[in-house]
Design a protein around this ligand. Structure first.
Ligand code: SF4
Length: 406
């Protein structure tokens, strides 16, 4: 059966015109306990959550209405008293972004790319947010001075090939402001790729229109990095947004976070991944939830995540399987966890066990016959630029590329 998607029901007192206006959705966001009580019957722990935690609370009416009919997603957007518990590894800056921030608003953790925090505003405040130290703290877009400093840094570092617009959510900015940022980035010759990380496809899909895609297309190659966590988020409205992006030639890659008792089951992940792929959005990463302050009740274990991944392996089309990764606490970057099918190695013979249990050997050719390409000169300089030995404001982090195969 072809996958079907359902619309989110518009509450009776809201006009269709308002509902499908993304600016109205943001303007009419739920922010207080009283706002939430119009949509949800709150438990005592949830009511306490509005008082006991420091992280802002917010949902678009669209997402609140969606969550209302989903038994799984409440924990994503309704605060809970459990957020006030310190937790086992409660970190204010779980990914050590501050120490990789050469200028305010930029994170330079990997040699060839930077994250550019262009606003701290989001359409919803996800309770597991890794960037609680920054998100919703000033409730504004980047100020001119910080913006110019960030652009100057990017200009001065030709090793930077990719800029990831993030925040906050860059798509809370108007097309006009977003276009100014894209235009400025495109004046920098060495920038090849622009990514825009956004929760909007999942929580405010009415953000996407032909005028938006027409604007983005002028600054290609641009990628949208969406953040769907659960198949219930793939509504007809979200499907329309993803289809529009695909039809207009804007690639979408999805990054999900595994959340305890929300989506930490292979049946849920496969359902999300298949729907995304069907809508031409690539399931890209499945992240272990970062140990941000007050998130222990939302995190799952590595064992649980690997169990999910092992169950997806082979059963689901390779195109639909997201890569499981842990972003190392403290800022060590992403580490991918892959199912280990190699059970034995004996000189040049390697024994593997496949996804359904079949065991087979792979025998290498004679090592003496392995030759590297005779001419890499055209590309070696590019490669060496990517492997610059220090970056950001942390000269102690060095990585030596190993160009000597033998
Ligand atoms: S949309 Fe992203 S940055 Fe904003 S609260 Fe959610 S996870 Fe954090």
């Amino acid at each position: 059966m072809v996958l079907q998607f359902s619309s989110v029901k518009i509450p009776g007192d809201i006009s269709k015109k308002d509902w499908f206006n993304w600016k109205w959705q943001l303007r009419s966001s739920l922010k207080t306990r009283e706002d939430y009580e119009k949509y949800f019957s709150l438990s005592e722990d949830e009511k306490e959550g509005f008082i006991s935690n420091d992280f802002a609370v917010q949902s678009t009416p669209y997402y609140a209405q969606l969550v209302k009919s989903s038994c799984s997603l409440r924990k994503v957007v309704i605060p809970n008293i459990q957020e006030s518990k310190k937790g086992r590894q409660a970190l204010k800056d779980p990914l050590g972004e501050e120490k990789h921030s050469p200028v305010k608003h930029l994170i330079h953790r990997y040699p060839d790319r930077v994250v550019f925090l262009v606003t701290d505003l989001c359409p919803i405040y996800c309770r597991y947010c890794t960037r609680k130290r920054f998100t919703a703290t000033e409730k504004s877009i980047i100020q001119k001075k910080g913006y110019i400093e960030a652009l100057e840094y990017i200009k001065k570092n030709p090793g930077i090939r990719e800029v990831i617009l993030s925040g906050g959510d860059p798509l809370t900015l108007t097309n006009l402001v977003l276009e100014k940022i894209l235009k400025d980035l495109r004046t920098i010759e060495h920038i090849e790729i622009i990514r825009i990380g956004s929760r909007m496809p999942a929580v405010c899909p009415m953000r996407f229109s032909k005028s938006f895609t027409d604007m983005i297309k002028k600054y290609h190659p641009c990628f949208i990095m969406s953040h769907f966590n659960h198949p219930d988020e793939i509504t007809l409205e979200a499907a329309d947004a993803l289809n529009l992006l695909a039809d207009q030639g804007i690639p979408v890659y999805n990054q999900m976070v595994l959340i305890n008792s929300v989506n930490n089951h292979p049946a849920i992940v496969q359902a999300l991944s298949r729907r995304l792929l069907f809508l031409r959005a690539r399931p890209y990463y499945m992240f272990q939830c970062d140990p941000s302050l007050g998130t222990d009740h939302l995190r799952t274990s590595i064992k649980n995540s690997q169990w999910i991944q092992k169950n997806l392996w082979g059963v689901l089309s390779g195109l639909a399987v997201p890569r499981l990764a842990v972003d190392l606490p403290g800022g060590g970057g992403k580490v991918e966890l892959v199912p280990n099918g190699q059970i034995q190695t004996n000189n040049q013979s390697h024994t593997f066990k496949g996804w359904d249990g079949m065991v087979a050997d792979y025998i290498d050719p004679d090592e003496k016959t392995i030759q590297l390409p005779s001419d890499t000169s055209s590309y070696l300089q590019e490669w060496q630029t990517l492997n610059q030995q220090s970056y950001g404001n942390n000269p102690n982090i060095t990585r030596k590329s190993d160009l000597d195969f033998n």
